[in-house]
Design a protein around this ligand. Structure first.
Ligand code: MOS
Length: 731
């Protein structure tokens, strides 16, 4: 078959939905105009553990406009069927909204007020009096008992440590981080008889559909979830949180459509967070820098009702060719809500510790930090002996070192100054899994020669509308502006969650399969049609370009989709396609990054300023370079936040989060963001998926925080092992 020309993929397209966004026409969850909608405001608990002793809603109910106050005392019992289509941790017991009097974390929804206006609902919510039988709560990871560990071992790490030429022992503490997307979580729910429709902020319409069906005990076909635009999520919208259930419950109780938007403060309570970690790492090496042993002991927080899991052991198993590895991870159940994956989940936390330790080892041995990493590069995946599909980390470091000017640095810590500022540079490795999931798509070419392509995927920011348009345009031989890609509706062909960086590999491959089928269908129609200039041509010799079917190498012989359809009295052609990743692969598949950072640290004040960053990525094929840059820069910004600013602070006396707002919980702002640059190694990974991409969205965050911490060490000679790195730690 003649390969289709690739014109749209790889081109620096701007976001196709950009105009809708900047003109306010893109509707986010709370912005859909639904006739007759009323407003719900959640009342949340002011204790972390205990029972609700009493609820007095009389004052609230007398307010004008108030329709109902719903609590566990009068809420109907909900089905809460098991839901196999769920990202909830296995074996836990879901939080069941308004089903009993138990309080399990500070900020747990305990009542909802529904009123005809938002203001009335807000005011009435303040008037609901709730009393508690509070019990002593524990919310502090430090010193709380842990569950049984999950473990991994190869070789004999303790013995190898005992005989190692160099031994290092480090303890890290990573504070809790919150996702804090710009768009608050919000849901509008409407019942039409027994059928439920919701407009929701979600990274997984199919997941919300199935969870609502399970909770309300109705068939999944009776639930439709719509989410065309998502204003950022970073993982927080992967689960169906209590407020989504509450909106649907309230809508059923008042017999009206209900809108429920969480406040920024409420976003700190019940929509997940990156858990706090304690990480102990012991490392043994020979004098030439060959790491012989690593012992990882991790602890992180979880709720009492669910045992949260994230992939925090993978890097310790496969990043370096370490023969002896021992790992244990324990969760610590606390009176808190359940964490949820936040950009680069598990990996970014582990990478901070491992990559800081590698830096320590480099200085201990007097070996350049890049050289040390290269000396420990594995030739195959040391955790399973499989070959890597592609692993170009050496090239990432080579290209990055040249571009960044790495070798100009004086390797001695605290050796470079610029006035009052100490200057340092650091590197770290980033690495993230290539996840893939089953995905389906639908494509249609209309008589006017334009195409519509659909899949129930999402665009929480990476630019899925644009990148899928590019894939579809090339497979159909259309210009990108003649393709409309639609997403975010559970009635469309199913797609996996937009998480774990799997969207392009999974949905992109399904879109390509679907559009390949559609193009071939059109070509078949043409070559079999006596009226077509392509009649009798071998279908394999026909390509489509600019909407015109033509013989490869003989542009003159051909016709457009419009001509083909018009002659055949066709209004459209349709195809459905899919991607079903193989269960098993012979290969070990990851994306890689070399991260470089330059920082300036005020010698007297301890202030850290990132001066520039460079990421060089082995992420397979880059479909959409402009949007890849947007991901990479966003990942660096997120990593700067993790390294220097972000820190959820809990008052352990009552489990209250004290900085539940964007004034006190610090995220990077423009003034914190310097010159950031991303470079992608040219190439593709054909083992990973049919379109040759690896992962990108998570990868770009992993390795950022340790690169900064390592630069801070180089600048100051101070090793900070707690995140975020604060001025106090550097004084
Ligand atoms: Mo990503 S943390 O899987 O949205």
């Amino acid at each position: 078959m003649s390969p289709q020309p690739q014109a749209a993929v790889g081109a620096p397209l701007s976001r196709v939905e950009g105009r809708l966004k900047v003109t306010g026409q893109a509707k986010y969850a709370a912005e859909h105009d639904i006739d007759g909608v009323v407003h719900a405001v959640v009342v949340d608990s002011s204790v972390a553990r205990g029972r609700i002793a009493g609820i007095d809603a009389r004052a609230a109910l007398t307010q004008p406009g108030v329709l109902k106050v719903i609590t566990h005392l009068d809420a109907p019992r909900l089905a809460y069927r098991d839901n196999p289509v769920s990202l909830a941790p296995r074996g836990g017991r879901r939080l069941r909204v308004f089903q009993d009097d138990r309080v399990q974390f500070f900020g747990q929804p305990v009542a909802v007020v529904v009123a005809t206006t938002l203001e009335a609902a807000q005011h009435a919510a303040d008037l609901v009096e709730i009393t508690y039988d509070a019990e002593k709560s524990s919310t502090d990871l430090a010193g709380s008992p842990a569950d049984e560990p999950q473990t991994y071992a190869r070789g004999n790490a303790e013995q190898a440590l005992g005989s190692a030429g160099v031994r290092l022992e480090m303890s890290y503490r990573l504070s809790r981080n919150h996702h804090n997307p710009m768009e608050p979580h919000a849901t509008i729910a409407r019942w039409d008889g027994d059928r439920l429709r919701v407009w929701d902020k979600t990274q997984w319409v199919i997941g919300v559909q199935h969870e609502l069906a399970a909770v309300f005990g109705i068939p999944a076909e009776s639930v439709r979830v719509i989410s065309p635009f998502v204003g950022g999520a970073f993982g927080s919208a992967l689960r169906t949180w209590p407020h989504v259930i509450i909106a649907a419950l309230a809508a059923r109780e008042v017999g009206r459509p209900v809108k429920l938007a969480l406040t920024r403060r409420q976003m700190y309570f019940s929509v997940g967070y990156r858990p706090a970690y304690e990480y102990k790492l012991r490392l043994g090496s020979d004098r030439r820098g060959r790491v012989t042993a690593m012992v990882h002991e991790l602890k992180h927080e979880t709720s009492r009702y669910e045992r949260f899991w994230e992939a925090n052991l993978v890097l310790g198993q496969m990043l370096y060719a370490v023969p002896n590895v021992s790992q244990s991870v324990r969760t610590v159940p606390l009176d808190v809500s359940t964490p949820l994956w936040m950009r680069g989940p598990g990996y970014s936390s582990a990478a901070f510790c491992i990559e800081s330790a590698m830096d320590d080892l480099a200085y201990e041995l007097g070996i350049d930090p890049i050289e040390l990493r290269l000396r420990n590069e594995p030739n195959e995946d040391p955790s399973n002996g499989r070959p890597f599909s592609t692993r170009r980390l050496r090239e990432c470091f080579r290209v990055g070192a040249r571009e960044f000017g790495w070798h100009r640095r004086n390797p001695t810590p605290r050796s470079t100054r610029d006035g009052d500022w100490l200057i340092g540079t650091g590197v770290a490795t980033g690495c993230y899994d290539v996840w893939r999931g089953q995905a389906q798509a639908y494509a249609r070419i209309d008589a006017d020669g334009t195409a519509v392509v659909e899949s129930a995927t999402h665009d929480a920011g990476p630019g899925t509308y644009t990148s899928m348009t590019q894939v579809a345009a090339d497979a159909l031989g259309l210009e990108a502006r003649h393709v409309e890609f639609r997403l975010g509706d559970s009635t469309m062909p199913p797609a996996p969650p937009q998480g774990a960086s799997q969207t392009m590999a999974s949905v992109g491959s399904a879109v390509q399969d679907t559009c390949d089928k559609l193009r071939k269908q059109a070509i078949k129609l043409a070559v079999e049609d006596e009226g077509s200039p392509l009649h009798g041509v071998d279908a394999d010799d026909v390509v489509v370009s600019g909407g015109r079917l033509q013989v490869k190498g003989d542009r003159a012989r051909g016709e457009t989709y419009q001509q083909l359809l018009a002659r055949n009295n066709g209004t459209h052609l349709v195809a459905r396609g899919s991607y079903n990743p193989p269960q098993e692969s012979r290969f070990s598949m990851y994306g890689y990054a070399a991260m470089f950072a330059e920082v300036a640290v005020d010698a007297r004040l301890g202030l850290v300023r990132v001066r520039r960053m460079l990421g060089v990525y082995d992420a397979g094929r880059i479909i959409s370079p402009k949007l890849a840059d947007s991901q990479a820069i966003g990942g660096m910004v997120g990593g700067i936040g993790m390294a220097l600013l972000e820190h959820t602070v809990t008052d352990h006396r009552d489990g209250r989060i004290v900085n539940a707002n964007l004034a006190d919980y610090l995220v990077p702002v423009n003034a914190d963001i310097p010159d950031l640059k991303a470079i992608y190694l040219d190439g593709r990974d054909d083992e990973a998926d049919p379109i040759g991409v690896k992962s990108l969205g998570e990868l770009v965050q992993i390795g950022v925080a340790p690169a900064i911490a390592n630069a801070v060490f180089h600048a100051t000679g101070r090793r900070v092992r707690d995140l975020p790195i604060t001025a106090e730690a550097l004084l």
